[in-house]
Design a protein around this ligand. Structure first.
Ligand code: FAD
Length: 396
């Protein structure tokens, strides 16, 4: 059996804490208080000013190598940036994808593609925020996706539909996963899928249609329809048919970064809970004196610390180019559950006031619930642990 105790596993440093980055992010976020996010939600609007400020301060290009105009920082620095944004009460969902989508271009794009796009992504002139994988009829069963890209001379013609494509209306570029060889013509179902970097601006109105989805959280999610969309063959990233592998390659980074947001949320909830539990007096004493209030907060805190450690190790393994899938998945599971427990404790601690919009607790509570569904749902992470770590039979 592959599973290990901590002592038997690879020893890695858990990494820097990047306290200067944390401080600087906190200063930026202080300019975007709860009122800013509440107002956006009411208008279902995109946090343009927030994303602009982060871009101009260089934080969205943190992971892009210096030769392409970024800061060339390790994944852990990206995780710290996202964690601190969420711990400050803000939400990085409007722009986080750039950090992990960019990795696919960086690892598998041609020299020409990288120099054409990365410097402009780093400067903020080009927004790479949309990632089209999920489809309405196939869901988590990604290899069965139905969007087709068919080569025709120097072009590909795309037909199909994506759903839940976040930020597509606020992005210039989209990374798209589509099938280039029909499922019944490939040996393995993971073959025959390809990744394309599409210029949304060029395709809109020429077969590409994007419709917003009204959702529980203001994530700027959309449905994307492709009807004979013609794109240059040069949009293909890497080799045709190898796209699923490229997407999988990026998933550990995605899990680590998104989990850092869950850790940040957990810290925000815990701080809020402690503050309110100390200050709110009922029956002539602070409610925090009741163990029924204090213990759920303490438990969520302990679980957050555990998740954080696993994720720090995952990021360190990633940086050392060592396999990090086990820790990235376990960290994702623990972080999404810790943030939910912290959210539940916070809502309960606030009593009726937890439902009042101005406290931001209910907004963050809705937002943090997403981590158990997207970018990967808890059951699928448990399936990974069962199958790939514990060597139990594959369940699907
Ligand atoms: C706000 C939001 C933003 C999103 N942004 C993006 C984006 O930018 N790009 C993108 O491509 N996608 C995005 N998604 C989609 C997201 O990744 C999927 O919703 C998620 O992966 C789950 O897929 P599904 O919704 O199709 O659920 P389904 O696959 O239909 O699954 C439904 C439920 O059944 C469970 N289930 C399914 N199969 C099994 C099994 N074999 N064993 C046990 N349980 C199983 C799942 O765990 C889940 O709980 C977003 C979703 C949301 C809600």
């Amino acid at each position: 059996m592959k599973h290990q105790t901590i002592n038997e596993s690879i020893q890695v440093e858990v990494g820097e804490d990047f306290s200067e980055i944390r401080e600087s992010i906190r200063a930026i976020c202080a300019k975007f208080p709860g009122q800013y996010w509440r107002d956006l939600e009411e208008r279902e609007a995109y946090p343009t000013e927030f994303v602009k400020t982060l871009t101009e301060s260089g934080y969205l290009g943190a992971l892009i190598p210096e030769e392409y105009g970024g800061s060339g920082m390790p994944l852990r620095a990206g995780a710290v940036i996202l964690e601190e944004i969420h711990a400050s009460g803000c939400n990085a969902g409007a722009c986080h994808a750039q950090m992990y989508i960019m990795g696919t271009l960086l690892r598998h794009g041609s020299k020409q593609q990288k120099s054409q796009y990365l410097p402009h992504i780093a400067s903020g002139a080009l927004r790479l925020q949309a990632f089209g994988v999920t489809e309405p009829t196939t869901g988590t069963d990604t290899t069965k996706l139905k969007t087709r890209a068919i080569r025709s001379g120097e072009y590909y013609i795309i037909n199909g539909q994506k759903v839940w494509t976040s930020r597509a209306l606020h992005s210039d570029l989209m990374l798209l996963l589509a099938r280039t060889t029909p499922l019944d013509e490939v040996k393995k179902k993971s073959e025959g899928l390809s990744v394309f970097l599409i210029d949304i601006r060029e395709c809109l109105g020429k077969g590409l249609e994007i419709k917003p989805i009204k959702a529980m959280v203001n994530h700027n999610a959309t449905e994307v329809f492709f009807s004979d969309v013609k794109i240059p063959a040069s949009c293909l990233i890497g080799e045709e048919g190898k796209g699923f592998k490229y997407i999988l390659d990026g998933m550990n980074a995605e899990r680590i970064l998104v989990s850092a947001e869950a850790i940040g949320d957990a810290r925000w909830f815990t701080n809020k809970s402690v503050e309110y539990a100390n200050q709110r007096t009922v029956f002539d004493r602070s409610i925090g004196k009741n163990q029924g209030i204090a213990f759920p907060i303490a438990r969520a805190y302990a679980e957050t610390q555990a998740a954080d450690l696993v994720l720090r190790r995952a990021a360190a393994l990633f940086a050392a180019n060592l396999p990090c899938g086990d820790d990235a998945n376990i960290g994702k599971l623990l972080a999404s559950e810790a943030s939910w427990k912290a959210a539940e404790a916070c809502l309960q601690t606030h009593g009726g006031f937890g439902f009042a919009r101005e406290y931001d607790v209910e907004r963050k509570w809705r937002e943090t619930r997403l981590f158990q569904i997207a970018p990967i749902s808890t059951n699928l992470v448990l399936s990974y642990i069962a199958e790939h770590i514990l060597e139990l039979p594959r369940s699907y």
